[in-house]
Design a protein around this ligand. Structure first.
Ligand code: FAD
Length: 466
């Protein structure tokens, strides 16, 4: 059996469903295949956070608190210094979502615009004609189905089943994610035994341990999360280190979840002949949070415009025809993320004393009181005014003189910032002309090779951030 469509998407997670929806709305025939059963997609995670402003930008039909897929819409978070002496209130515009009900809402919306969803349908292998990708074979209930499409989209998550199966010379990197390319995340849904006893407020972060208490569906509970690269054991030891120091009131663990989220640069090209990768399959996450859902929707908006124009013009979706997706994405969000990812390697080097100093002096988060709390940096720009810059430098010099900051780590921070600026600029100059791509990649490799390993020493574990 052969089925034809305009766009075939592998994976009905948050990335595949969103792209499928916006393309089907434009009138293209979209098929999404998903290996899991409809009611089970996304079950590996229950509660998940979306950036509220990005939901609006992506045009997702609004969330309503109290409906099955929305627990809460929050504006603030708290960050606590590693010595537990100061709480900093920051603005964070987060919608707290239940993943499986959200995906099921998306599936109804997708079907309302005539996209076809095939659940329990697993990708098997790609089909080529004259070395060109033209389709794939999948298996559903023991039956083999062949799909032919003008574009195949890999939205299969971290396994990237399509991208990693492409031939090495297809014009796209086929890397798999190794232990240092991901953040291993452990989640415990907890319930405070005596909810009236003081305990960390909902949505409180402890950056030194990369640990947080996120909102849960239980008002007397929280989700205790921790993420570290290298292994789940690193994450567990980081949590253990925190618990030894935190003096928490008693709680019980209701359920546990675990997983990993990409923590590396995306492939230099997201497109090949008749091919596009999005979401975790493209290693696309916010560098500072590891969140991936709304970050990829920004790419999908760009991709759907380019695909629409090219298909309406009757073009074959070859790599050069799709190239504009790379140009538009990497020159904007891609450049910002590349810069931030590089800056992180400077920040992650700080020791505990330095984290205390930086947080207390308001050098990492913009702080204030009540309504004075500045808007979060939604567009991920470095937008320091001259006054802020002078204040920043004054505090750094003060910290160095009073030995609250080490020269060695400050030098690493400045080096990381300088490299971040160069990498960001390089991505902002992503080549429009495919002929210049080889040289661009060469320079990008040269710049990324200068990014230094950051190391954090906790009481029982040393964690390396590549
Ligand atoms: C513990 C944890 C907490 C997180 N919290 C957040 C958060 O709060 N906010 C946020 O934005 N991000 C969060 N993330 C990251 C986020 O989950 C991912 O970035 C996001 O889910 C990626 O979506 P995706 O659609 O690309 O991939 P996925 O959600 O992995 O979806 C891929 C789909 O492809 C299907 N598939 C795979 N292989 C095949 C195949 N062979 N054939 C057919 N189908 C296939 C899978 O079954 C799956 O349904 C978290 C990650 C973890 C691990």
């Amino acid at each position: 059996m052969v089925e034809n469509c305009d766009i075939l998407i592998v994976g009905a997670g948050t990335a595949g469903s969103y792209l499928g929806w916006i393309l089907a709305k434009k009138g293209f025939s979209v098929v999404i295949i998903e290996k899991d059963k409809r009611e089970e997609v996304g079950k590996r995670l229950d509660v998940i956070h979306f950036e509220t402003d990005r939901i609006e930008k992506a045009g997702i039909p609004p969330f309503h608190v109290g409906e099955p897929d929305c627990i809460e819409i929050r504006n603030h978070s708290i960050v606590v210094t590693p010595d537990f002496t100061k709480e900093i209130k920051i603005q964070a515009l987060q919608t707290i979502v239940r993943l499986t009900p959200f995906l099921n809402r998306m599936y109804d919306i997708l079907e309302s615009v005539r996209a076809k969803l095939e659940f329990s349908c697993k990708f098997k292998n790609l089909i080529y004609k004259d070395n060109n990708l033209i389709g794939l074979k999948a298996e559903k209930n023991g039956l083999s189905i062949e799909y032919h499409a003008k574009l195949i989209v890999d939205a299969s998550g971290k396994v990237a089943v399509i991208r990693t199966s492409l031939p090495q010379d297809y014009g796209i990197e086929t890397f798999e994610l190794g232990p240092n390319d991901v953040m291993y995340v452990l989640l415990q849904y907890i319930k405070w035994k005596n909810a009236e006893e003081p305990h960390p407020a909902t949505d409180t972060g402890y950056n030194w341990w990369l640990l947080w208490f996120g909102p849960s569906y239980d008002p007397d509970g929280a989700i205790l999360g921790v993420g570290q690269p290298g292994s789940f054991e690193n994450a567990r030891l980081s949590r253990e280190d925190f618990l030894k120091r935190a003096n928490l009131p008693p709680y019980e663990i209701i359920k546990k979840e675990q997983g990993s989220t990409p923590y590396r640069r995306p492939p230099y090209s997201l497109v090949g002949d008749r091919f596009l990768c999005i979401g975790d399959a493209a290693a696309l996450t916010y560098p500072f949070s590891g969140h991936g859902v709304t970050a990829t929707w920004m790419l999908c908006m760009i991709a759907s415009d380019v695909i629409e124009k090219r298909l309406r013009a009757g073009k074959d979706l070859s790599r050069d025809i799709l190239w504009d997706i790379n140009v538009k994405y990497f020159r904007d969000q891609g450049a910002k993320f590349a810069g931030l990812f590089t800056q992180l390697s400077g920040v992650l080097n700080f020791n505990e004393k330095e984290w205390n100093y930086f947080l207390k002096k308001g050098l990492i988060y913009q702080t204030g009181e009540g309504n004075d709390i500045p808007e979060p940096n939604k567009e991920y720009e470095e937008d320091m005014s001259l006054g802020d810059m002078l204040k920043f430098l004054f505090n750094i010099i003060g910290g160095l003189i009073r030995r609250k900051l080490s020269f060695k780590h400050m030098k690493r921070l400045l080096q990381a910032n300088s490299l971040a600026g160069k990498i960001k600029k390089h991505y902002e100059n992503y080549p429009e002309n495919l002929k210049k791509f080889g040289n661009w990649v060469e320079k990008a490799d040269f710049l990324w090779a200068q990014k230094k390993l950051a190391v954090k020493k906790l009481s029982s574990v040393k964690i390396e951030y590549l």
